[in-house]
Structure formats: structure tokens, C-alpha cells
Design a protein around this ligand. Sequence first.
Ligand code: RUB
Length: 312
Amino acid sequence: MVAENVIETHDRIKDMSIRGAERIAVGAASSMRDALAAERADDVGKLMARLEEDGAFLAKARPSAVTLPNAVNFVLVTARRLTAENPGPDTFRLELTKVIEAFIKETKEAIPKIGRIGARRVEDGYTIMTHCNSSTAIAVIAEAHRQGKDVRAICHETRPWGQGYLTAQQLSEAGVPTTLIVDSGMRYMMKKEKVDLIVVGADSITAHGAVVNKIGTSILGVCAKESRIQFLVAAQTLKFDPRTIMGDLEIIEERDTSEITDKELPGVQLRNPVFDITPAEYVDLIITEIGALPPSYVMNVLNDRFGWAKEQ
Ligand code: RUB
């Protein structure tokens, strides 16, 4: 049986009370750590079975959010490696908890680091456009402002959930002069306001450097290319999706259509895809905690950093 706290975290990820890729990863890893602490079994095999069952259940909560399976896999791969050393149950718990806590710390420190690296790409006087609510993209814009650069931001409403309202609020609270527009105004405002830079986040990034992010991001990419505006993606390497190495396609989540409207529309089919894919050729740089990378570099990171190619 899946641990109760894990079911609760799963449900909160699914209903979006836990949202945003970093919080999803931290939430998943912490719930596996807490379930391990609460498990009374005193044999490593049973503890491992607990982790495997909880992990498999958690990973299903949001199919497009790669940080979820990455966090779960990180815990499971580490746990499996530990069992190979034949530890006692106490050592197993202790060692695994230490590694999970280090993972959570590193994950939380990645965003301010990306903010500092990304801010190097922002010049004084820049108008920056962003989409949806990415804490990583916000970190870049807010850090540039904190460093004394005169920057302005334009955000999109981001239908149907309206995450752009959060972004506008957060940037404004950080002191950045911010404008909120409807999604369909992005191309008009890009030209009208002479946008200098686009910074968006990512839910996941494929081995070939394509970016999965909130629906509308790929339109922004096309508009940016048309206007020769640099398109930056701010995302930690935990978003790089190892599943795509062997040619698996990203799953695009479709959410309940009641999020779009509660109007009766007889005979009309409603669809609510919430992410889209921006091909690598629309992306200038991916700003990560290990530096600014061209999209073609993602495969090297998956290989060098996570050893994924070797694990396949
Ligand atoms: C959020 C979204 C964000 C990315 C990156 O969508 O698309 O751009 O998750 O966010 P949702 P961050 O609201 O559907 O989760 O940079 O904070 O990880």
C-alpha cells in the first residue's frame, strides 16, 4: 500500500496545489523521505519495496513534469546503489535521507544561481517578455533589476489558469516595472514596446534541446525569431528529459476542459492542451545552474552529469 503522506503529495501535485517544477521535485523527494522515516519495517528489502511503490505512484501525478520522475528516479537509483553495499536498515535510512536532503538543497539553490548567470545576458534598459509563471525566469529578471539594471517586464495572462497574474505580481513586488497583457497580444506588444529579450522557463527539455513549456511558448519563439530577439530558456538541468534520448516523444498533458469555460456549447468539443514544444532552433541559450548552454549541449549534460546514456 502506498504511504498516506505520498498519496497526499500525489493528489496535491495533481490538483496543482503543488505546482512549478522545483516545488514538484522537492515535494516528491521530501514525501519519499518522510514515508521512509515513518515506515516501521526493519529490513532493507521492505524499505526498498516501500520506496519503489511510493515512487511509481508519485511519478504518475503529472505526466509532463519531468522533474517529478527525475526526482523519483534520483531517490530510487541512489537507494538501489546503496542496497548493493548491504547496509543495515538504520544505515540505509540515514544514508538515503542525507542524499535526499542534499538533493533538495541543491535543487533549491539552483534558481538563484540561474538568476545570476542569466542576469549577465540582460543589459541596462532592456524590456523583457516572459510567459506563464516560471520562478526561474523571474529570478533572471529580478536579479538584473537587483543589480541596478533598468529593466521592464511584459507578461502574458496565460489562459486558462492565469499564471501570468502571479508573475506580474511577483515581478512588481521585486520592483520591476511590469505590464500584463492578454496572450494574443504578444506579437503586437513585442514590436510596439521594442522587446529586447525573451526569458521563459521550461517544464522539460529534450535531449535535442527542444523546450516543453506552457502552451503559447512556441508562438513566442516564432515571434521572437521573426523579430530577431534573443530567446532564453531558464531551467535547471533537472528539467533535461532522459526519456527522450531513445526517441521517446514528450507527453503533452491535456487538462480538464472545465478550466477553459463553464458555458454550455452544444456540439462543440473542447480541448485543453497545457504545454507545447518549442523546437531547438528557436532557442538561443538555455540558462542552467551549470552555465549558459546552447540547446545542442543538452545531450552532453545528460550523459556527463547523470550518466543516462550509459544507463540505457
Ligand atoms: C508552469 C510553467 C512554467 C514552468 C517552469 O506551468 O509552464 O513555465 O513550470 O517553472 P504550470 P519554474 O502552472 O501548469 O505548472 O521555472 O518555476 O520551474
